[in-house]
Design a binder for this molecule. Structure first.
Ligand code: MF3
Ligand code: CO
Length: 248
């Protein structure tokens, strides 16, 4: 069942999303060569706590940190470490979740560490653009897979591939609610979008093949071919008119 949120619930999610979005914006200046992925995590956790909110990820299914920090061929769920130092030319995806008055916001960005290659920059840009292609279908009357199809069309049209094993999701009192939102598929399938649905739409796009595997830490997802991967996510509200992005 897809849970429809009331205006009152969306107001709370808006406050939560504002903090998640703010953190991701501040990371643009924070991320630079020489810092560790744990430094990124500590910045995220301290900022969430400063706003009297709860880091949603910490303790979720045993996950040990406030943020997922995934470098280069790491796709998602990278566990922060003091030993993992970001270096010039890396790309790094940071995924943040924040709980406020019982409601979750969830968003992610991929950042350049110093100067990066043109191809890496193109991957980051296309991943972001594929989200906004999907967003065009986040309107009452479209079906869920119209979003999926638009994301896939953009990413594959640029020569990249779409991860199959991880998907977007509904979000609310739980981080992961129905529906699941694949970033690929035929259009015109699945439930019709309705006012008050809140969706975490999150393309995960690979430079090479879409196949991934989970590392021995049981969390970190990496590309099978070792090529780069990027992630871009926002928490989106379906309204009467244009979709509202809570985490921008
Ligand atoms: N934020 C991720 C998602 O978009 C999930 C994070 S997994 C956790 O679904 F364990 F770190 F919480
Ligand atoms: Co998510």
């Amino acid at each position: 069942m897809i849970i429809i949120k009331s205006e009152q619930e969306i107001n709370i999610m808006r406050e939560s999303g504002k903090v998640t979005g703010l953190i991701l914006r501040e990371l643009e200046n924070f991320i630079k060569p020489g810092i560790s992925t744990m430094d990124v995590n500590e910045f995220v956790e301290q900022t969430i706590l400063k706003h009297h909110m709860i880091p949603t990820f910490k303790g979720y299914c045993g996950y040990p940190a406030a943020a997922c920090v995934s470098v280069n061929e790491e796709v998602v769920h990278g566990i922060p470490s003091k030993k993992r130092i970001l270096k010039e030319g890396d790309i790094v995806s940071v995924d943040v979740g924040c709980t406020h008055k019982g409601y979750v916001s969830d968003a992610a960005r991929t950042y350049a560490v110093g100067e990066i290659s043109d191809e890496a920059a193109r991957l980051i840009r296309v991943t972001r653009e594929s989200f906004f292609e999907g967003l065009k279908f986040c309107k009452v009357g479209y079906r869920l897979s119209d979003i999926s199809h638009a994301i896939q069309t953009k990413a594959e049209g640029e020569g990249f591939s779409v991860i199959r094993d991880f998907v977007g999701h509904g979000v609310g009192k739980q981080m992961h609610e129905e529906p699941q939102i694949p970033n690929y598929g035929k259009p015109g399938r699945g439930p019709r979008l309705a006012k008050g649905m809140v969706l975490a739409i999150e393309p995960m796009i690979n430079q090479g093949d879409y196949e991934v595997e989970v590392q021995l830490d049981n969390w970190t997802v990496v590309t099978l071919d070792g090529m780069l991967s990027a992630h871009y996510e926002n928490t989106v509200v379906i309204t009467d008119g244009e979709p509202e992005l809570l985490t921008l």
